[in-house]
Design a binder for this molecule. Structure first.
Ligand code: NAI
Ligand code: DG6
Length: 531
């Protein structure tokens, strides 16, 4: 068994007055430290703040189902087949030799976190998945929907992602999953070139009936598999953006009423999100469209139901969120970022349509905004009172262009080219070119697993304001802690989006550690800098 697939009993014990253990819970005390800043007459007046909280994490991992919308696609079939390969320990032959299944690319299972030092002063690291009790990906019960009724073994073959020898061995297991459940198809939302796939659709155009049908699918899946929790995950085709229309999708009640009226601006992904919210099960959007119209966020708040999104951050954007931050934090000024990619899978085919490309362009483009706005030394901030829509009102920003082309021959193997053109010391220029080639679905699958496992965990974590001795309450429904795996992170309305990959990871690591009572940044390493 590959180390990333190994099953380890939960064995982390924190010995501290801040951490207590019962059979049911891990309870920790945490002080949230920050600073309030007031700018007055050119002075920054900073007041450190601290507020005590307690976290309570249920130790029993839920028996978890993962319902994929778009189960028969490249991501869906790759995920099912690789989990089955891991579960049954199927190894296969490639031209370079025998290959074992593993979970490489999963931040939870294949990366580590530093706990502290041993007696000899050496760092001690554990897999991130060992910090708190988490679902093992092999244990996920997988099901879902697809508008294409091709059975899963055939759909895996159609995807052309996995080595033939793996496909051959995993095919009987895939065949047992059978056909995905029929799904909701509103042709207006995905590219016209997808029509031929749509042979497995829930009949009719009555959106309320569709909602009820999907809710029943979730309930049945949960019942038949004896599950505690079902994560509903959109990995279906990218949809066009929905128009935000007052009275239609701006409030929770309006979204529900619009579904009842079968309003044309309610997308399939929104119907699925509403179904999950009403069932009290988490919903994650792995694609870029605005499934979470304001009314859906409000509905999630009303039902205390968890949501996360948008769009898996698998390759080019992940690197961009590191490289752009590196340049800006090094005091170098990116003047333009030009990102091009081509791919030949069905996702690329769908994205060759203008409206669907637009959704992807938006999610890929927002990723450097916060880094740029954090550095007023390099980029002129937006001018208050400047003409609306003018450059001055928007603030200075590097030119940022995103191009995607469909080239069928390369299949799932995406080619991404990026040019970072920057201003350096005293008028100099620097150009960095990057070329990346990679199977898209093999990058995406571990992210879907991480998002599912983290989401399940976050449903088990409660918090309370320790100073008020309040009741423990669930976290806020929009799970922004999932940002590390997402291109355009959905955050609590009114709060800033953090795109920096390092900051996103630090936040997640700090949160997991806080839940076991390990506080503070370990990178100061003060003991190594003083006598
Ligand atoms: P794919 O095209 O192979 O699979 C999508 C599947 O969704 C297809 O089988 C299609 O029949 C199905 N589908 C379409 N509309 C549906 C509906 N209303 N209900 C149920 N099923 C429906 O695409 P792939 O490569 O699996 O990607 C899936 C999604 O994930 C796309 O939106 C893509 O943009 C997004 N994504 C993929 C990444 C990757 O690296 N592979 C990274 C970031 C996002
Ligand atoms: C073409 O860009 C296809 C897309 O679905 C991407 O593969 C996907 O959004 C991943 O994007 P990125 O920028 O994280 O590599």
């Amino acid at each position: 068994v590959h180390p990333t697939s190994a099953r380890r009993p939960y064995s982390l014990v924190v010995q501290s007055e801040n951490t207590s253990y019962s059979d049911e819970y891990i309870t920790s005390k945490f002080t949230n430290r920050g600073a309030d800043v007031v700018v007055s007459d050119g002075q920054f007046i900073v007041t450190p703040t601290s507020k005590p909280y307690e976290f309570q994490t249920a130790r029993k991992v839920s028996k978890t189902g993962l319902m994929l919308i778009g189960m028969g696609g490249n991501n869906g079939t790759t995920l099912c087949a690789t989990v089955l390969a891991n579960r049954h320990n199927i190894s296969w032959h490639t031209k370079s030799g025998a290959q074992q299944p593993n979970y490489i690319g999963s931040m939870l299972r294949a990366s580590t976190v530093r706990l502290g030092m041993d007696a000899s002063g050496k760092d001690v690291h554990v897999p991130v998945s060992d910090v708190l009790p988490m679902v093992h990906p092999d244990d996920l019960v997988i099901g879902g929907w697809d508008i294409s009724g091709v059975p899963m073994d055939q759909a895996m073959k159609r995807a052309q992602v996995l080595d033939w020898d793996l496909q051959r061995q995993v095919a009987p297991h895939m065949a047992r999953i059978g056909k995905p459940l029929p799904s909701i198809y509103y042709p207006d939302f995905i590219a016209a070139n997808q029509e031929a796939r749509a042979d497995n659709v829930i009949p009719g155009q009555d959106k309320q009936e569709h909602l009820e049908r999907v809710r029943e699918d979730i309930r049945r899946f949960k019942r038949e598999n004896d599950l505690d929790r079902v994560v509903v995950f959109w990995t279906a085709n990218t949809e066009r953006y929905s128009d935000i229309i007052p009275g239609v999708n701006d409030t929770a009640d309006n979204v529900l009423a619009s579904i009842k009226k079968s309003h044309s601006e309610v997308s399939p992904s929104t119907v699925f999100a509403v179904a999950a919210i009403l069932e009290g099960e988490p919903f994650v959007n792995g694609a870029p469209q605005n499934t979470f119209v304001p009314g859906v966020i409000a509905l999630a708040e009303r039902h205390n139901s968890f949501i996360g999104g948008d769009d898996l951050k698998s390759g080019q954007t992940k690197l961009k969120s590191v490289l752009a931050e590196f340049l800006v934090n090094a005091g170098i000024k990116p003047l333009s970022i030009a990102s091009y990619n081509h791919l030949g899978n069905n996702d690329g085919h769908n994205l060759s349509a203008e409206a669907q490309f637009k959704s992807k362009e938006i999610s890929k483009s927002s990723v450097v905004d916060d880094m740029v706005s954090a550095n007023a030394l390099l980029y002129k901030p937006a001018e208050q009172g400047a003409v609306k829509g003018s450059k001055a009102a928007k603030g200075e920003h590097p030119d940022h262009v995103v191009v995607i082309k469909y080239v069928p021959a390369v299949g799932d193997s995406k080619r991404a080219i990026d040019e970072y053109y920057s201003e350096i010391f005293c008028g100099g220029r620097s150009t960095i070119n990057i070329f990346n080639e990679c199977e898209d679905s093999l990058l995406a699958t571990p992210l879907i697993l991480d998002l599912t496992i983290l989401t399940e965990l976050l449903t088990r974590v409660k918090y309370r304001d320790a100073s008020a001795q309040a009741e423990f309450a669930p976290l806020y429904p929009v799970l922004s802690l999932l940002s590390y795996m997402l291109k355009a992170p959905l955050v609590k309305p009114g709060t800033d989006v953090v795109n920096s990959l390092n900051r996103q990871r630090n936040a997640l690591e700090a949160f997991l550690k806080a839940c076991v009572g390990l506080e503070g940044s370990s990178d100061l390493l003060l003991e190594t800098r003083i006598w």
